[in-house]
Design a protein around this ligand. Structure first.
Ligand SMILES: *Cc1c(COP(=O)(O)O)cnc(C)c1O
Length: 400
């Protein structure tokens, strides 16, 4: 099949897409309409944590589809109960709510925090509803989450914004303290800012933030839609910092490629009354069955150690490329890493890597001077080596 044989005009255009139609995938590899293969270090934006078409997902889907797809959120179902138990048993949280997208999980966290703020007003009776977020943060694309995000330009796109999300500077505790008022109820952050350029919070900042929020009776919310479920080499990103948040959201990796997200909270914060929150697909049996299988795989003995090991190998390889080509070094946690290019050649590299023949390479450039790497968590050492070789080839051509 050739690309010109596809008529894509019926699809709404909202993003620039290359003239490729992907037809199949296996592990770290994708194949397009012409049969060309690509080594995939995007994995649907850190979504396919076990790679493309993993057996675990295929089996969970087919077994659950034969049994029960969705009885409705008004009734209990087995997979959602089991997944909630597995997540709470392996985290500092007591309760789980399931949704279909990261933005929706974050909206749930915002609603829960605002509800909790209504139940726990300030000493002078002021209602507490403000949630402090950060510059360059990314929390999703609903109107409220675009307002919560600190992505440049989003304050005016689709204005007016949803109110109540003052922005502090990441890794700057004084900037957080300066925004706290009688209306503040919570602080929300990504343990590693993903879209913002793979910027990890410092341990010092995260610990100071936990101490400050605890002292003032504010909730600490971690958006782990990108960092959760093994991505950083820890099961959850917050565990890297030796702190315990009050609320955590998950998305992306937890579904291994299917639309599943979650919000977890401590018992003291679980204050939704009947009718406060819901959604047609919340706690979907088919999706939570996949989430259960994926989470079990990530929690299997040795899996997270292997993510840490491969993270170290990837980091060393990127550092070597940086030295070789006079770039600005690398950063990240586990298998969420970035290479700092020192100039705005990111988009050019992404395009040239994709167009390599006979094997293409799929990468992401969240900022023009940066490449982001988010391979499958079960990527092989050989695939990392191969990726580095392909990337080296591309950078050599562009730098020449
Ligand atoms: C991707 C992402 C989201 C949004 O998730 P969707 O499933 O696209 O709604 C929110 N927060 C973070 C940190 C993300 O990386």
């Amino acid at each position: 099949m050739e690309f010109k044989d596809y008529d894509t005009t019926s699809l709404l255009q909202y993003t620039k897409r290359p003239p490729l139609v992907f037809t199949s995938g296996a592990g770290s590899w994708l194949t397009d309409h012409s049969g060309k293969r690509y080594l995939d270090f995007l994995q649907g934006w850190a979504v396919n944590c076990l790679g493309h078409a993993p057996r675990v997902v295929e089996q969970a889907l087919s077994a659950q589809a034969k049994k029960l797809i969705n009885p409705s959120p008004a009734f209990f179902n087995e997979p959602s109960i089991a997944l909630a138990q597995l997540l709470t048993n392996n985290s500092c949280f007591d309760r789980a709510f399931f949704a279909s997208s990261g933005a929706e999980a974050n909206e749930s966290a915002m609603k829960l925090a605002r509800k909790w703020g209504q139940l726990h007003p300030a000493a002078n009776g002021s209602s507490r509803f403000e949630i402090i977020t950060f510059e360059s943060s990314f929390h999703g694309r609903t109107l409220a989450m675009m307002s919560a995000s600190g992505k440049p330009g989003w304050d005016t796109l689709f204005a007016p914004q949803v109110a109540g999300f003052p922005k502090a500077r990441f890794n700057d505790i004084d900037s957080v303290a300066a925004l706290i008022s009688e209306h503040t109820v919570a602080v929300m952050l990504e343990p590693v800012q993903g879209e913002g350029g793979v910027v990890p919070a410092t341990k010092e900042f995260m610990q100071a933030l936990r101490a400050l929020t605890q002292q003032l009776g504010l909730l600490l919310i971690v958006d782990e839609v990108q960092t959760g479920v093994g991505r950083t080499g820890a099961m959850f990103g917050y565990q890297l910092f030796g702190i315990e948040p009050d609320i955590m959201t998950l998305g992306k990796g937890i579904g291994g490629g299917v639309p599943l997200a979650a919000m977890l909270c401590r018992e003291e914060v679980a204050c939704f009354a009947p009718g406060d929150q819901g959604g047609t697909y919340t706690g979907h049996a088919l999706m939570t069955a996949v989430g259960l299988a994926v989470t079990q795989e990530i929690l299997a003995p040795g899996f997270l150690v292997s993510v840490q090991k491969k993270g170290t190998i990837l980091a060393a390889g990127l550092e070597k490329l940086s030295v070789q080509f006079g770039l600005q070094g690398e950063r990240g946690e586990g298998l969420l890493r970035a290479l700092k290019l020192g100039s705005d050649i990111g988009p050019q590299i992404v395009e040239a890597a994709r167009d390599l023949a006979p094997i293409g390479l799929l990468l992401n450039s969240p900022k023009p001077d940066l490449l982001r790497f988010m391979p499958a968590l079960n990527v092989s050492t050989e695939e990392i080596t191969q990726m580095l070789a392909l990337l080296s080839e591309v950078i050599a051509t562009i730098k020449a």
